[in-house]
Design a protein around this ligand. Sequence first.
Ligand code: NAG
Ligand code: NAG
Ligand code: NAG
Ligand code: NAG
Ligand code: NAG
Length: 477
Amino acid sequence: MLLSSALLLLLVLPYSPAEAEQEKVIFAQPGNSVTIPRIQVWESETDKLYVNWYVSTVTEPLVWKTPGASHKTGTEPHWKDRVSVSKDLSLVISPVLEHDFKIFRCEQHNFIDKKETIYKLYPVIMPNTLTLIAGDSLSLSCEVKPSTFRPTVNWIVPQGISCDSQENENKYTVKANHVSDKHSGLWICSVRHDGHTLNATTVVTIIDLSTSPPDPIYTSITSSPPSIPCSLSSDISWSVLNGSGLQGGSWKFTPFNSSDPPHTLLILNLTPPSWKVLNEDRFLEHKTLNNRDLSVKSSQSSVKNRGTYTCSLHFNGDKKLSRTVQLEVLEVLSSNSSTTEGNTVNLTCTLGSPLPSDLEVKWIAPQNAHRIFPEGHQNPLSIPAVRVQDSGDWKCELRKNQTLLTSAVIALKIEKGPMDAWLIVALSSAAFIFILLPLITFIISQLIPTYQCMKRRQRKTRFCCCKNPQGKGFYKT
Ligand SMILES: *[C@@H]1O[C@H](CO)[C@@H](O)[C@H](O)[C@H]1NC(C)=O
Ligand SMILES: *[C@@H]1O[C@H](CO)[C@@H](O)[C@H](O)[C@H]1NC(C)=O
Ligand SMILES: *[C@@H]1O[C@H](CO)[C@@H](O)[C@H](O)[C@H]1NC(C)=O
Ligand SMILES: *[C@@H]1O[C@H](CO)[C@@H](O)[C@H](O)[C@H]1NC(C)=O
Ligand SMILES: *[C@@H]1O[C@H](CO)[C@@H](O)[C@H](O)[C@H]1NC(C)=O
């Protein structure tokens, strides 16, 4: 149906033999798209033109456009879904395949005149993508076929990159040493010939790990464990990583102050991408590997986690990418966390080694202690004559340039001392004596007159000083 309408269109055309013309040279990169430009012959608007694009000697047009209608494509399966026309009715092939390098013909007419242009498509061979590992050397070639052409070739590379270019017959090569993240991006080989320019492109991806934090990561035994970061510097799919010769990876740990070789904690398995735990004692929590994130986390806060963590990826040919992260764990040590009133308690805020001089320690006492300490390097902190109110959480904040790095807490318990118990005994004995003494004095004062009376009666019985002579108990009958 489409074919017959196209043929009909041709028959209706007023016959005018195409001017004999040399074929135009058009370059295309397999895998990329190409636009074969329509030559503008008349001033008339594109909307008033009939345009048919043909390939080789095939009679059915690849694509055609009639005034007032959208473009239509032919039925040939090899082309059908890859051809279209641009706004100015140029032919667009996307993507160009290996067998597309043929003769193309553009037929256009405006009811009165007809114009035919012949094109020949030639390949510029350059990879569409290139994946390298940071530190590799890059060598990218753009090859123009056939070698009889002498086009003008320019390289357009990502900003800030210096590289060498070479030319060898029809092969144009650009080289860079020791690639890094900044080499990733679009590399363009711009081929100019006979007024037509093709930008052949290669998307360069550099596999690298993000730079590790310059400072250690600070945490404390009383904080939740922090994430130990490691990630790919760009979003790279696992299939690309696998294709780049990735062999595996690991997380290793060297304890602080240890001369032992590093412990391997996790191993990266590739099928499917996942971490395997090797050292259950120092278990690291990890995420499922579905993005660039390779970070891990300790399962608990402990001074045993102090040390250096190394995340690495291994590739074919002994290539390796690795990053290290240092973890510092703050803790507060007390000379005596449970003591009695009046003693001196010393608190020490420590990372397990002397604090670097650029770090400051600030102490915060429990609220009810009503103690304030000056900021600075007061470490260890000596708390003289502790009282019961000093019980509670003592906090040590570690700061660098006023920025809080981490803080640790210790609970102090101050009790009334044995001295107080003796004091209570002494006080109660004193109280006992003070109550008993007047009582005894009173009893004695009651007894003394009776005794004197008895004595006087013995000497002089007629007189009796007793007010109550009837008191029987004192008289002898
Ligand atoms: C080729 O790429 C350069 C740089 O991106 C651009 O300036 C130029 O217009 C491109 N040429 C074509 C024909 O796409
Ligand atoms: C990874 O690449 C190897 C060859 O390098 C291949 O044998 C393997 O099937 C690939 N694995 C995945 C998951 O694509
Ligand atoms: C800590 O305090 C307790 C109770 O007062 C005492 O028995 C112990 O000897 C003290 N220890 C130190 C190291 O001062
Ligand atoms: C506390 O520190 C002071 C000096 O800072 C020291 O003289 C004292 O012995 C220490 N006390 C304890 C219990 O460690
Ligand atoms: C680290 O090693 C030094 C020297 O071997 C030692 O003096 C120091 O106490 C050690 N520190 C820790 C926290 O083990």
